[in-house]
Every structure is written in structure tokens, then in C-alpha cells.
Design a binder for this molecule. Structure first.
Ligand SMILES: C[S@@+](CC[C@H](N)C(=O)[O-])C[C@H]1O[C@@H](n2cnc3c(N)ncnc32)[C@H](O)[C@@H]1O
Length: 291
């Protein structure tokens, strides 16, 4: 975010006020965001006296800002989350790894309509000439969704936990991570019909690339398999365990969510430590301009 503000400052000078609006779901912990902005010495609020922070707790699959009010949009690591779970994935927690063709088709269709909805809303909010930069999980034409060892470790750990009765068959059945890695052609698809423009948006850049796996690079240096496994398991806990835990039947104060997460994290770490591998992480970088 600080880099985006620095780029804007070059164009508008130091004195013009800049409003930064953070958008996330209503359930998001916005207090943590505001604490970081207030206390981190590297935050844009610390560095720039004419920058102002706002937050909106609404889904970006609907309208979040007034029409024509945004000059620069930035969305990172978020549009891979679908607006809803199209259906539970019977043989995995991630549709990309399912052998069920109906599941994969339904998720692809949801991703297609969500992407159009997201673009339509952002197009309305951007001012003329405004730009939107998006960084998202993606799918590589050859390697697919990526994260294979991580997702295999997660699924086999959950299957063991079901066999041991830590979670029920029903709970596992409903555990689904509704993320979708779009391919280059799926990202580009809305822009093909009616030439290059979709909803007054021009796709100026679309790049699919493999992100650097910093945990693997650190492992190559240290050869510490347990550290590698611990870091990937902790990443999984922070990014997707809360979504999996939504399927647990819990009573207030019974500590079941915490126990579930601790056990899953430990199981995944012990599996990942047996054969560390570089994680394939396809990412998409897009730049769009409102014409
Ligand atoms: C991996 S985090 C990325 C956070 C931040 N953008 C970053 O780059 O560090 C994904 C975020 O997307 C949010 N998210 C998922 N679906 C969303 C939606 N429909 N509308 C708004 N935010 C959403 C999640 O709540 C989560 O905070």
C-alpha cells in the first residue's frame, strides 16, 4: 500500500489529501488493521501526514464505493475467494483436486460469474482513466492450481482425523475451501467478447507467473525440514483453517475449534517434514484501466 501511495505522491505532490479505503468482509478484524496503521512505523499513516484511512466491511462482489470515486484500486490475494460455496467437494477440500467433473465444472462456472461481477462493480467505482491492479492466486496451464504437497498433506491429515473420530464424516464432507485459481484465458475471457473492453475496462496487462517459495529457499539454505514444515503448516492455519472450522459443530466455549486447528497443524507439519518440496504457486498480475 505504501508503494501505491508513493506512486500517487509523485503525480499529485505531497500536500493533496489521499484517502485509502480498505475493503474486506464484515467478519474481518478491522481493529487489527487500524492498530497496525497506527503503530507500525512503516505504515503509510506514519509516513504521510496527508493520507487518511477508511474501511468498508462489505463483499467486493457487490458495490462498495460510490460511482467514479476511485482513482487507483489495489487488490491482492483476494479475488481467488469465490462469493459462495457452489457445492461441497466430496473427495477433497479443494475443488481443483477433485476427480468429480461436476464439482470442477460448478466451481469454474462460479469463478466465471464472480469475476464478471467483480469487474463490473470496480468499473463503476473507478473514475475515468482510473487504474486497478490485481494480484491473485491463479492456475498454471501445465501445473494447475499448485500447492500439491500442502493440499495432499491437508487432505490426508483430515482423513486421519475423521478415522480417529476427531471430526465426523459429515463435518469433513462439508469442509470446503471456496478458492479458485483462474487460468490466463479465464482471466482474459470477459475482455474477448466485444473486442478488448469489458464494462469500459481495458485489460492492459495480464501475467501469470510462479511466485518465489521463500520457505523452500530458506530450507535449501538451512536443510531444516521441521522448520520448513512448521512454516507451511502455520501458513495453512492462518489462511484456510478458519474456513474449514466453519463446518465443525461446536458449543460456545468448548474449545473445539482451537483443538481442531492445533491437531491439523501438527499433522500437516509431521507429513510435510518427511519430504520437503518446492511449492508451485501460480499467481496472476493484472492491470486494468477505466476508459
Ligand atoms: C489472503 S487475505 C489478503 C489480505 C490482503 N489483501 C493482503 O494482500 O495481505 C484475503 C482476504 O480477502 C478477503 N475476502 C475474501 N472474500 C472477500 C469478499 N468477497 N469481499 C471482500 N473481501 C474478501 C478475506 O476476508 C481476507 O481478508
Amino acid at each position: 500500500m505504501s508503494a501505491a501511495i508513493a506512486a500517487l505522491r509523485k503525480r499529485v505532490g505531497m500536500s493533496r489529501p489521499i484517502g485509502v479505503v480498505h475493503v474486506d468482509l464484515p467478519e474481518n478484524d478491522f481493529a487489527a488493521l487500524f492498530r497496525l496503521l497506527e503503530h507500525d512505523p512503516h505504515s503509510y499513516l506514519s509516513a504521510d501526514p496527508a493520507a487518511y484511512a477508511f474501511a468498508i466491511g462489505r463483499s467486493f462482489y457487490g458495490p462498495v464505493l460510490p460511482a467514479g470515486s476511485v482513482s487507483l484500486g489495489w487488490s491482492s490475494w483476494s479475488v481467488q475467494w469465490l462469493s459462495r460455496v457452489p457445492m461441497p467437494v466430496p473427495d477433497h477440500v479443494q475443488a481443483a483436486f477433485s476427480r468429480d467433473t461436476q464439482v470442477r465444472a460448478l466451481y469454474a462456472e462460479q469463478a466465471r460469474s464472480d469475476w464478471r461481477r467483480f469487474l463490473g462493480e470496480r468499473s463503476r467505482e473507478l473514475c475515468r482513466g482510473g487504474r486497478l491492479v490485481i494480484l491473485s492466486m491463479a492456475a498454471d496451464e501445465e501445473r494447475g492450481f499448485g500447492y500439491d504437497p500442502l493440499m495432499a498433506g491437508m487432505h490426508s491429515s483430515l482423513s486421519l482425523m475423521r478415522e480417529e473420530g476427531v471430526i465426523s464424516a459429515d463435518e469433513l464432507q462439508n469442509m470446503t475451501i471456496p478458492t479458485f485459481g483462474r487460468t490466463r484465458s479465464e482471466f482474459a475471457e470477459p475482455f474477448r467478447q466485444g473486442a478488448e473492453l469489458y464494462e469500459c475496462l481495458r485489460l492492459e496487462q495480464l501475467e501469470i507467473f510462479l511466485a518465489e517459495d521463500r520457505i523452500w529457499l530458506e530450507y535449501e539454505r538451512s536443510q531444516d525440514a521441521e522448520d520448513y514444515a512448521r512454516k507451511w503448516a502455520a501458513f495453512s492455519r492462518a489462511s484456510v483453517f478458519p474456513t474449514l472450522a466453519l463446518s465443525l459443530r461446536t458449543r460456545q466455549g468448548d474449545g473445539r475449534v482451537e483443538r481442531f486447528m492445533d491437531r491439523l497443524e501438527a499433522e500437516m507439519a509431521s507429513r510435510l517434514a518427511t519430504s520437503p518440496q518446492r511449492m508451485n504457486m501460480p499467481l496472476a498480475l493484472l492491470e486494468l484501466r477505466r476508459t
